[in-house]
Write a protein that binds this ligand. Sequence first.
Ligand SMILES: *[C@@H]1O[C@H](CO)[C@@H](O)[C@H](O)[C@H]1NC(C)=O
Ligand SMILES: *[C@@H]1O[C@H](CO)[C@@H](O)[C@H](O)[C@H]1NC(C)=O
Ligand SMILES: *[C@@H]1O[C@H](CO)[C@@H](O)[C@H](O)[C@H]1NC(C)=O
Ligand SMILES: *[C@@H]1O[C@H](CO)[C@@H](O)[C@H](O)[C@H]1NC(C)=O
Length: 571
Amino acid sequence: MTSRCVVSLNVVFRTLCQSTKYTNSSVRRKSLWTQDRVLTSPHKNINIPNCTLNEFVWENLDKWPERTVAVCAITGRGYTYEQAFYLSNAFAANLRTKFKIVDGDVVSVMLPNIPDYPLVAMGILEAGAVISSINPIYTAHEVHRQLLVSNAKVVVTLPEISNIVKEAFKLAKIDIPIIVIKTNGDPAPEGTVLFNELSEDVHVDTSCLKKVRRSNNDVCFLPYSSGTTGLPKGVELSHRNIVANCIQISEPAIKQHNETTKTHQDVVMAVLPFFHSYGATVTMFHRMVVGGKIVTLAKLQPEQFLQSLEKYKANILHIAPPLGLLMTSHPAASPKIYQYLEVILNGAAPFAGSDANRLLSKIQRKIDFRQGYGLTETSPVVSLPIIGSEHYSSVGNPMPSTEVRIVDSNLKNLGPNETGELLVRGPQVMRGYKNNPEANRETFTEDGWFRTGDMAVVDDNGDITIADRIKELIKVKGFQVPPAELEGVLRDHPSVLDVAVIGVPHPTNGEAPKAFVVLKNGQNADTKDICNFVNERVASYKRLNDIVFLDSIPKSLSGKILRKDLKAKYC
Ligand SMILES: *[C@@H]1O[C@H](CO)[C@@H](O)[C@H](O)[C@H]1NC(C)=O
Ligand SMILES: *[C@@H]1O[C@H](CO)[C@@H](O)[C@H](O)[C@H]1NC(C)=O
Ligand SMILES: *[C@@H]1O[C@H](CO)[C@@H](O)[C@H](O)[C@H]1NC(C)=O
Ligand SMILES: *[C@@H]1O[C@H](CO)[C@@H](O)[C@H](O)[C@H]1NC(C)=O
């Protein structure tokens, strides 16, 4: 076993002692901006091993085989690293032998955060297949689209939502195997196979896994994102993308973990979903690389979540803004509940500096609060502040081996204090959207920079602050709601002639979708009819509660909806 991702305390110490590199802003400014106004990383470049994500994750396995890898916060059901390794291997071998999975096939995973999730994910990778994650609260309508785009060969889900998957098969006109994870004593629903019968199968011949051929440029994870515009697209993340991001966030000056030793194991509360790349990379894969314990919560029930932080002595927590607000305002919140927390990382959407201060005053201790910036398309982390930064509203500096540009609408580079679109180049940037050359052309510049669609400003110190979005995306509780998706559903309503959807500010959820509808001549559907129609077809966080009826939707000459005009008039 080598120690590629191991950060010895010596290195940490040395890096922290070179603090002038980070605190002397004149030094930093010189080193971060190039003459061409490209913002570089303050950290040295990383070496990315030529291996797959599964090889990388299991590399340190024999340092902590007996440690818990994942445990359910509610039931205490869980696995050790060694169990996870053997069970995922048997599952992988069965995927290849019983389900005829071959290199590059897609296996969809529609699961909440349960302790089996890491086993399922690792098993799929070991079988040479690609993990495609689906939000477990999706409706059949939403699932069917994703299954078609990904061309899934098998679906792994829970018994209680397997009927949604079956309905989605009908809509997609496909019939593929369903594997279910049993979390209680109920029998498996008809027509499904139990995960534990595959993972606990001691007779399966795992030698078939020797035939798996995967290079680190092959896709390993296929989550969904709507990008800057349009419908959700499959995001092709390679083994190399995610391995690189795991190494980037292990950089001594920014890392938020301590590797497991005889006397220490980090405990991370996994309440942000694994189906999202933030949860998958930062909370799951990276934690397994450094031997952490992942405490899973399948649902966000505020009291259970808060109590679990104390009960499991969680020292690390990844949040999105609504969770941070809940932690500040919930009546059960107290310094005692938060006594073990050492690290809080905010992501998914910007958290205001004033909100961060309120949260920290609730905790009543100085802890490591930072917010990072990233996207599904960047595996996800693009930037993080260095340890000790108290510039709470900033998302810090580019990750190691990562470059950032701030550009105007002509893609011309801007300098310090100028607001423009943030572009990224680095080893964590996706290969592209699956089967979508048009979206790829819009998303990458000719010289290979990824356009985030987010507006940002960088100060003299090289600290990035996210200013706004130019993409159409609505963010509800940190989740993406693509207006084009809701518009598509609305257009299916028999009375609807034309539609537009925008995001409007919402006091607790960040934003909420609002629809503008033009009815067909002679039709008189009301708000309730139309909301019900939409809300049956979409996950709860995408639901509409407000509709404005118009005579026409404002559009540009080329037919693009003028969302800005709607926002100016109705927000
Ligand atoms: C910061 O660095 C500059 C240039 O190297 C140096 O002249 C200056 O004295 C340093 N300032 C402090 C506070 O160390
Ligand atoms: C990486 O490893 C693969 C197979 O393991 C090999 O085919 C490939 O040539 C290697 N690439 C580099 C750059 O070493
Ligand atoms: C890691 O250990 C250092 C030194 O004991 C401590 O200051 C830091 O908070 C720890 N980090 C985490 C993530 O627990
Ligand atoms: C950027 O803004 C800060 C604060 O307003 C100011 O001190 C600094 O001189 C500005 N830098 C540039 C390059 O304009």
